[in-house]
Design a protein around this ligand. Structure first.
Ligand SMILES: C[S@@+](CC[C@H](N)C(=O)[O-])C[C@H]1O[C@@H](n2cnc3c(N)ncnc32)[C@H](O)[C@@H]1O
Length: 268
């Protein structure tokens, strides 16, 4: 398979044809039935970030997600984390993403899992969040800002759509000590596509948007599962190119060129 789009910072980087069909085949390959599958069982196929469901649960714990909370999942992809927040914590989740075929696949999985009342999907750009001021209790985002250069605008938008006292909950790759990261990354084939910053810079930008720190782990690690499933969402999206990406990822981890941060911030 050819490398993903290397010239644009756009949904075309992430988009792949026939993803819904490929996901349904993968569900069958894993022996799952969508009417009874738990979010945890589905995680290899719908949680598109390191640490899969365990990372999502850790963030939910720190963010204090509770029943009835209105959560906006920015860059929520296929909706795996959103369905986990709905089923395990009783949240009402709106997924916002700019990759149309992820939204279609996510809505299809949600409908078949009987969760359409709790999880909805909206097309839009994280830099221009299309919701009124103060409409959410939590803005949630996992591994979605890595290509976004204008982080000041990004976090100002998150601040705007949160109610007073609401929370920003975030898991995000950041730069480590060694520089620069080896390419390709899941989100970048060229240095220009990689807009990941250090944990310190990220913290400063979030603070400048008006947020107050509640919980901050600037170097958190979620181990790979002991047994890798035969099919994963990473494999479905990246195809054979995933091997090259994984090799770079292991080198970046070993040389501390990339890390992950977990942060929860309050909107005063
Ligand atoms: C690695 S996936 C993570 C998906 C999901 N958060 C998860 O953890 O399963 C990155 C997601 O961010 C979305 N994304 C990236 N930039 C975006 C933007 N500017 N606006 C909306 N979505 C964006 C992509 O479409 C993709 O679904």
């Amino acid at each position: 398979m050819a490398p993903p789009d290397s010239t644009t910072l756009s949904p075309t980087h992430w988009s792949r044809p026939h993803l819904s069909e490929a996901l349904l085949e993968a569900v069958a390959t894993l022996g799952l039935d969508l009417q009874s599958a738990t979010p945890e069982a589905m995680a290899p196929l719908d949680q598109f970030h390191g640490g899969a469901h365990e990372a999502t649960r850790a963030l939910a714990r720190h963010a204090g997600i509770q029943a009835g909370m209105r959560v906006l999942d920015v860059g929520g992809g296929f909706g795996g984390p959103a369905r986990m927040l709905a089923v395990e914590y009783g949240a009402q989740v709106t997924v916002l993403d700019f990759t149309a075929d992820y939204l279609h696949a996510g809505a299809m999985l949600t409908e078949r899992m009987g969760l359409s009342q709790q999880v909805t999907f909206h097309h839009g750009n994280a830099l221009d969040v299309p919701f009124p001021d103060g409409s959410f209790d939590v803005v949630w985002t996992q591994n979605s800002g890595m290509q976004i250069a204008d982080k000041a605008r990004l976090y100002r938008g998150y601040f705007r759509v949160l109610r007073a006292g609401g929370r920003l909950a975030q898991l995000e790759p950041v730069l480590g000590v060694g520089q620069p990261p080896y390419l390709p990354l899941m989100w970048a084939n060229t240095p220009e596509q990689n807009q990941v910053v250090t944990a310190e810079t990220l913290h400063a930008v979030i603070g400048a948007a008006g947020f107050v720190e509640y919980h901050w782990e600037p170097n958190i690690h979620f181990p790979d599962p002991p047994v890798r499933p035969v099919v994963t969402i990473q494999r479905l999206v990246m195809g054979e190119y995933l091997q090259t990406i994984q090799e770079a990822r292991l080198r970046n981890e070993a040389e501390d060129r990339l890390r992950s941060v977990l942060g929860v911030f309050i909107r005063p």
